[in-house]
Each structure stands twice: as structure tokens, then as C-alpha cells.
Design a protein around this ligand. Structure first.
Ligand SMILES: Cc1ncc(COP(=O)(O)O)c(C=O)c1O
Length: 466
């Protein structure tokens, strides 16, 4: 590759701008080339592509490398070693794709290179983030006045909601946890379901509330917290509910639990990383009934809404509590009359990731979001029906976009998953559901078509019958 000019060169400004324009055009071509070609290759990268990554290792070169060479290395060696999650046939974890509007917005955001810490550093980032948070609030049917933060994912959204909860409970007890920490603080009880997502547990650990100091409530066969087993709650309790179990997609019975928890004065936090988006659909919104009574909510933009990585949203009913937990002051940090993101999220300097959220939601509208929920859930039902008809056991009630299937004992199921992954038509991972090894199918991408489902189903059945 011929080197044009190193980034520190003393070329005239016009030449630097021309070279940058040429580079960006090439990057756009490479990106389009990737997206157009990715459908023809296996979903998981092949072993040679992963082995070739070693060419990107090695010591930092003493001198500069031209930007063209850097881009060439990324596309030639990096692109084949990606997981082809944009194909519509990636069903691992809970993984959305990236909507065109969100992807294009992300390119523009990178060109803007805004620091979304303060309004004064980026009025556009601050305003779009605030608007997008309010759109999410509206879609979820949450009370007016609820505010929040755009963070990296549901793990940080859980962290942020629980930080607001921690602030409020300690404040009630006359304890300033932000100032004085947890040494000698009065106790708080945290109640979770046995099927709590581990990101909530991690967040509790980060907040000094202990990964193990939780009271676990038994769950039913779908992973839903049993309302009749919720222990005594009071004003020093945080109750963590779940909207959408990562394996089964099941929702805790919020309509039964929340009124009791509210009457007891407990803080209710909801981990709704993907499930809360069901609220956008007239067909599925009944599943989210009751969760609006909570005090804080965590969700992801990069899962069901297909905003692309990374994007999480924390919402808090009493926005003053989130601000108290997160605010930052220094003489050089001039806060605006308007909302400064850094007062509501765990970071100071940060990417303007709220812009992609705004762009994706704006392009979808309420109906577009509902359509993703309904289409992916209908695909999930088709997978379940097809696998059952082929003689395999579906372990969960398919209420939204998640399917758990067993192909026999653990060894056989894991063998089928390995064969399917090697075949490359689609990609599914494994889990253990209430003692039984299963394959997880999470249909979360807006691009998954009926044809993708039929091709993938055929590949699953072939892998299982081989
Ligand atoms: C229910 C639930 N909570 C939290 C998370 C963590 O989300 P993230 O990986 O975006 O931090 C997930 C991820 O799948 C999830 O399903």
C-alpha cells in the first residue's frame, strides 16, 4: 500500500482535507462492501479469518502508518474476523442489528466528534439525548417528569437506576452516601428474583451493596418471580423486577407485585433490557402492565430497537435522585441552565451516543418499534413450531422473541449447537435452563426475514438429525 501522508505531516491544510475526504469515501465503500457481502459468508468467522488476526498484533511501529494502510488492514483482515450479526441469521445472546438511520447517524456523530458531557460542549448532543430519553419514556408509558441517562448498555443502566435507589433510601435514613460512602451506613435490603440477570448483581457489587447480600425470591418454571413468595418489604428495601428473562423472555408479574411494594415504600427497579420495548406494541403491551409503577428502569437500545452498539438507557421517576447520585462539580465545569448529561450518567467525557438513539427511534416511530417486536416474536413462534414438529422439545412458553430448545441430553444438545455454528447458516448459543441444557434462539434483528427463518430452521433440523 502506498503511503500518502502521515497524520502529523506538514502538508497544506487543503491537501490534508482532500486526503481525509478520499479516506472517508473509501471507508464508506468498505463499509458498504462489508454489508453487501456479509450475507454470502458463514455467520461465525472461519478459523483462518481468526488466525489471520495475528497480523494485527506486534509491537507499536516506531514511525507512522498511512491512514489508507490502517483502513486497508482493518477491512482486509478485520472484516472477515467479525461475527456477521447483520445478516438477520444471528440469534445469539439478545443482539439487535443497526437500523440504517442509526448507522448513518453514527458516521455523522464520529465526524462531529462531540464531547457529550455538557450542553456547552455539544448543544445538539445534549438536546437529542434528552429528546430520545423522553421518547423512550413515552413508549414505555412511564410518568411524565421521568428522566434518565443514555449509557453504554443495560448493565450501566442497571447501575445508574440502582445508584438513584441507593441515594434515596440512604437519604431517608439521614445518610449521605455520596459524601460519606458505605462505611457505617444503615443497612439496605435488596430483593431479586432467583432468575435475576447477572448484570444487576454486578451493578450491586459496583455500588458497594454486595453481590451476595441479596434476598432471592423463588421463581416459576418460566423464571417469573412468584408474587406469593415476595418477602416483607419496607422503605429500606430495593426490589428488582425483570421485564424479559434473557432465556425465556418471561416477565415478572409486576401488576401483582408493584402495588404491594409501593404501599410498603420500597424502591422498585426494573431490568427491562429488551422486554420493556414490548410496551410499544398493542399486541404485546399487556406483558409490561404494572412495570410503570416502578421507580427506575434499565433498558437497551442495542437490543430490540436495533440502535447498534452501544446504547443503554436508564430512566428514573424522581430525576433528582439520579442527579444526586451522578452530579459532578468543578470550577472549570460550567453547568448550563439546560440539562447537562454529565449530571445524570456515570461518565464525564463521552461519545454522543444519544444521537444514534434519537435517529433510530425517529426513523421507526412508535409503529416501527411495534413492528419489530411483533415480527421478531412471530419468527420466534415459527422456530418453536418448526422445531416441535421435527420432534424436539421447546422448553419455554414463547411469549416474545426468545426460544429454548433441547435436542436431547446435554451432550447431544451441545453437539447440535457446535454443528450448527460450524455450518454457518445461522448462529445460536447455549444455556442451562433450570437444570436442562438448551439452545437459545433470540430473534432480535429488524432484518430477519421469513426466508432467514426457514433457512435457519432447516439448518437446525439438519444439524440435529445428522
Ligand atoms: C435482562 C437483561 N438484563 C441486562 C442485560 C445486560 O445488557 P448489556 O449487555 O447491554 O449490558 C441483558 C443482556 O442480555 C439482559 O438480557
Amino acid at each position: 500500500m502506498a503511503a500518502s501522508h502521515p497524520p502529523h505531516s506538514s502538508l497544506p491544510a487543503a491537501s490534508v482535507a482532500d486526503a481525509r475526504t478520499a479516506l472517508l469515501k473509501r471507508a464508506a465503500r468498505d463499509a458498504m462492501d462489508y454489508l453487501e457481502g456479509v450475507n454470502a459468508r458463514p455467520v461465525a468467522p472461519i478459523a483462518q479469518a481468526i488466525a489471520a488476526l495475528s497480523a494485527l498484533r506486534g509491537p507499536l511501529p516506531p514511525g507512522p502508518t498511512s491512514p489508507e494502510t490502517v483502513l486497508h488492514l482493518l477491512h482486509e483482515i478485520g472484516s472477515p474476523a467479525t461475527v456477521a450479526k447483520t445478516t438477520g441469521r444471528y440469534f445469539g445472546f439478545v443482539t439487535g442489528d443497526c437500523l440504517p438511520a442509526a448507522l448513518a447517524a453514527s458516521w455523522l456523530v464520529s465526524a462531529w466528534d462531540q464531547n457529550a458531557a455538557h450542553h456547552v460542549q455539544s448543544p445538539v448532543a445534549a438536546q437529542l439525548e434528552e429528546t430520545a430519553i423522553d421518547w423512550v419514556r413515552e413508549l414505555f408509558g412511564l410518568p411524565e417528569g421521568t428522566g434518565g441517562a443514555v449509557v453504554t448498555g443495560a448493565t450501566m443502566a442497571n447501575f445508574s437506576g440502582l445508584a438513584a435507589a441507593r441515594h434515596t433510601l440512604f437519604e431517608r435514613a439521614g445518610w449521605d452516601v455520596e459524601a460519606d460512602g458505605l462505611f457505617g451506613a444503615p443497612p439496605i435490603t435488596v430483593v431479586v428474583g432467583e432468575e435475576v440477570h447477572q448484570s444487576v448483581i454486578k451493578a450491586l457489587g459496583l455500588l458497594g451493596m454486595g453481590r451476595k447480600r441479596v434476598v432471592q425470591v423463588p421463581v416459576d418454571g418460566q423464571g417469573r418471580m412468584r408474587a406469593d413468595a415476595v418477602p416483607h418489604l419496607d422503605g429500606m428495601t430495593i426490589l428488582c423486577l425483570q421485564a424479559g428473562n434473557v432465556n425465556t423472555g418471561a416477565f415478572d408479574p409486576a401488576a401483582a407485585i408493584c402495588p404491594v411494594a409501593r404501599a410498603a415504600g420500597a424502591w422498585i427497579h426494573v431490568d427491562g433490557a429488551f422486554g420493556l420495548w414490548a410496551a410499544a406494541s398493542p399486541e404485546y403491551c399487556k406483558l409490561t402492565r404494572g412495570f410503570e409503577q416502578a421507580d427506575s428502569w434499565a433498558t437497551d437500545g442495542h437490543k430490540w430497537p436495533n440502535i447498534g452498539y452501544d446504547c443503554g438507557i436508564a430512566l428514573v421517576r424522581d430525576i433528582k435522585a439520579l442527579r444526586a447520585a451522578m452530579s459532578i462539580q468543578a470550577a472549570y465545569l460550567v453547568h448550563a441552565e439546560t440539562r447537562d448529561p454529565s449530571n445524570y450518567n456515570p461518565e464525564l467525557s463521552r461519545r454522543a451516543r444519544g444521537v444514534e438513539l434519537w435517529a433510530g427511534l425517529r426513523s421507526l416511530g412508535r409503529q416501527g418499534m411495534a413492528a419489530i417486536v411483533e415480527r421478531t416474536s412471530s419468527h420466534a413462534r415459527r422456530f418453536a413450531a418448526g422445531l416441535k414438529a421435527a420432534g424436539f422439545e421447546v422448553l419455554n412458553d414463547v411469549v416474545i422473541n426468545q426460544v429454548l430448545v433441547s435436542f436431547g441430553d446435554a451432550e447431544k444438545t451441545l453437539r447440535v449447537i457446535a454443528r450448527l455454528q460450524a455450518d454457518g447458516t445461522c448462529w445460536c448459543g447455549s444455556t442451562v435452563w433450570q437444570g436442562q441444557t438448551a439452545m437459545r434462539i433470540s430473534v432480535s434483528s429488524w432484518v430477519t426475514s421469513n426466508e432467514d427463518v426457514e433457512r435457519s430452521l432447516a439448518a437446525m433440523i439438519k444439524a440435529a438429525k445428522e
